[in-house]
Design a protein around this ligand. Sequence first.
Ligand SMILES: *Cc1c(COP(=O)(O)O)cnc(C)c1O
Length: 269
Amino acid sequence: YDSYAASVALAGATRRTVPLTRSGNGFVLDVDALRAAVTDRTRMLVVNSPHNPTGTVYDREALTALAELACERELLVLSDEVYEHLVFDGRTHIPLASLPGMAERTITVSSAAKTFNVTGWKIGWAMGPRELIDGVRAAKQFMTFVGGAPFQPAVAHALTHEQEWIASMRADLERKRTFLSHALSEAGLKVFGSTGTYFVCADLTPLGRTDAVAFCRELPGRVGVAAVPVSVFVDDTASWNHLVRFAFCKRDEVLTEAVARLNGLQEAR
Ligand SMILES: *Cc1c(COP(=O)(O)O)cnc(C)c1O
């Protein structure tokens, strides 16, 4: 996620990234590559599942392998689970901290933004053992001190009383995921499977395009649709620059209109 690089730099740490790898119609965590990237100087793993931008949800096997590595190398883990409720096709979210040996080394962060469709409110929370949370609070104290106080009672209310609303939003998003994925492939893109978040990634190569940065810059002007090139999330931009991230957290009529306009692209070609 794009803010990690800045946070790691602010902490004075050195960032090493391990790309996901392609598998079937989607992406998977490359546990061997992760293992190979860990050195004696490694202190913390930063993990994000469900994953922005790919919509990948790590399965229990991958999370278990990751947990074993963290325990073996005595690493701290920062688990960004802001999309914990947005998992589809009957999947259940597996909190990394729930795996053996992980509770004492994991800080789990989540947020109201994606769960309650209130991006911009910037109300989140961090959970973990006391000594790790003490560190989080010390940093927070001198950065923003408090997260938008007037929003906090609303988020507390939602967490306590609005679980059914979350379920209905999840069902809506799952339907929108299926709609947009299908429509993008009809429009000629190669679409990857999204099993969580509200993003779906697609490969532009079948449209005869390989530069997603250029494509995404043109798109608003050409058809009034905005998308994000996956390369902005990665270090190795060349390997990922044929992929585009689309968001499906939009009203049905907006999605329908966007799809009609994207179809126009193929005809214009
Ligand atoms: C949106 C997002 C966040 C930030 O959540 P806020 O509540 O807006 O700060 C963190 N991580 C990921 C992966 C996100 O997509």
